[in-house]
Design a protein around this ligand. Structure first.
Ligand code: DQA
Length: 149
């Protein structure tokens, strides 16, 4: 069963408490349960993690090169700042889907640039936690396509 690594960046451990009008009422645990159920239905193994530390996220992305077949990433605020995460994604050579709960293009201008997008196969934003399920569907299709060659 292919493994999909789902990484969540800073402050996403605060889901449910943090600005619920923007990020929704679900907690990170709820989101993990939703992702794992959808992954299982798609025949994927889901490895779901969160960190507030840039270096830890970079380490996990590096390990994914050998330990996973695809990556879903909500890098939180590091999306808009981190060349280190951009470089790690480039080096891991896996299909990457960028996800944001909110529509970052409807928000402050500093959220309009993403260092992740240039190394992602696609970007899903503005659909709340459902966006993670859409990302899993997209990744399942990509992995199936790659398997068939
Ligand atoms: C976010 C959007 C980012 O701009 C913000 O810094 C986050 C969450 C989202 O999921 O909408 O922490 O990635």
């Amino acid at each position: 069963m292919p493994t999909v690594l789902i990484l969540n960046g800073p402050n996403l451990n605060m889901l449910g408490l943090r600005e619920p009008t923007i990020y929704g009422a679900e907690t990170l645990k709820d989101l993990e349960a939703r992702c794992c159920a959808r992954a299982e239905a798609l025949g994927l193994h889901c490895d779901f993690r969160q960190s507030n530390m840039e270096g830890e996220l970079v380490g996990w992305i590096q390990q994914a090169r050998d330990g996973a077949q695809g990556l879903i990433l909500n890098a939180g605020a590091y999306t808009h700042t981190s060349v280190a995460i951009h470089d790690a994604l480039r080096a891991c050579e896996l299909p990457v889907i960028e996800v944001h709960l909110s529509n970052i293009y409807k928000r402050e201008p500093f959220r309009h640039h993403s260092y992740v997008s240039a190394v992602a196969q696609g970007v899903i934003c503005g659909f709340g936690s459902h966006g993670y399920e859409l990302a899993l569907e997209a990744l399942a299709a990509i992995l199936n396509r790659n398997k068939k060659g």
